[in-house]
Design a protein around this ligand. Structure first.
Ligand code: ZN
Length: 259
């Protein structure tokens, strides 16, 4: 059975002496692993098409139920090497790859996540310190996976948090990580990890959930909104994944050298 699709390399694992197992996020089959025979023996085009982040047109060959089909062809559409060569943008890319690998089951098609990943990589390539694309990616990813926190109402009484005029943008609310929600002052305080988040950031979050990725290029968001939201979203992701904060080097090490 021959399968053709487009894919982005998420991770490569050395197998035997010269072979590789490559995990892709594909357009048609979601996360898919394939086996590449000897791409490391010679510095070939095939070999470079299997570098992490490379976006290619792929062909797989194998039985329908094979969980490790052979990658027979891989033609680079976009290598994204500027991201690999810049520590700060590679670190961001490595983190979103890590999240995709942990959250997504294999062979479950998610064409919208594929477009999101591609759009984010293009954003990181245009501007290496693009914190907004990076934040947007995580929020949209959670939204598509059905795991986005609800930040428009109190997680306990359900009252609206943003019904006052936007002059109160600097008002701080408290996001409780274990609830995945903001709890209003009427409902009182809770224990557990809490992140302060400004009302403006809550409004900005509501907009990001609605906007398509193309609109990001035209947006200049206040630094405070990005900072507040990034802190809340990162804490939420770590809580949902059940992981502590990973060090930058550990994330990169995992993506580049996984065995
Ligand atoms: Zn409440």
């Amino acid at each position: 059975m021959l399968k053709r699709t487009e894919g982005i390399v998420l991770k490569t694992t050395v197998f035997g002496e010269a072979d590789l197992i490559v995990a892709f996020l594909t357009k048609d089959f979601g996360i898919m692993r394939g086996f590449a025979k000897s791409p490391r023996k010679i510095k070939s085009r095939f070999g470079s098409s299997l570098e992490p982040l490379t976006y290619s047109r792929l062909s797989f060959m194998g039985k329908e139920d094979s969980n490790l089909p052979r990658i027979t062809q891989s033609d680079i559409i976009k290598p994204f090497n500027t991201i690999r060569e810049d520590y700060s943008s590679f670190l961001k890319a490595a983190e979103i790859i890590d999240i995709a690998l942990r959250f997504l089951p294999e062979r479950e098609p998610h064409p919208e996540l594929f477009s999101l990943m591609l759009g984010t990589l293009k954003g990181l390539e245009r501007e290496t310190d693009d914190r907004l694309s990076y934040l947007y990616h995580k929020i949209k990813f959670l939204q598509i996976a059905g795991l986005a926190p609800r930040l428009d109402m109190c997680g306990r009484c359900g009252c609206g948090l943003m019904e006052r005029p936007s002059a109160h943008n600097r008002t701080k609310h408290i996001f409780y990580v274990s609830h995945g929600a903001v709890i209003c002052s009427e409902c009182g305080r809770d224990t557990g990890q809490a992140v302060h988040i400004s009302e403006g950031a809550l409004r900005f979050y509501a907009s990001l959930l609605k906007w398509p990725i193309m609109s990001l290029e035209r947006i200049k968001a206040p630094e405070m909104f990005i900072r507040d939201l990034a802190l809340a979203i990162d804490s939420h992701i770590r809580y949902v994944l059940g992981t502590g904060p990973a060090s930058a080097d550990a994330v990169i090490y995992k993506i580049m050298t996984a065995k």
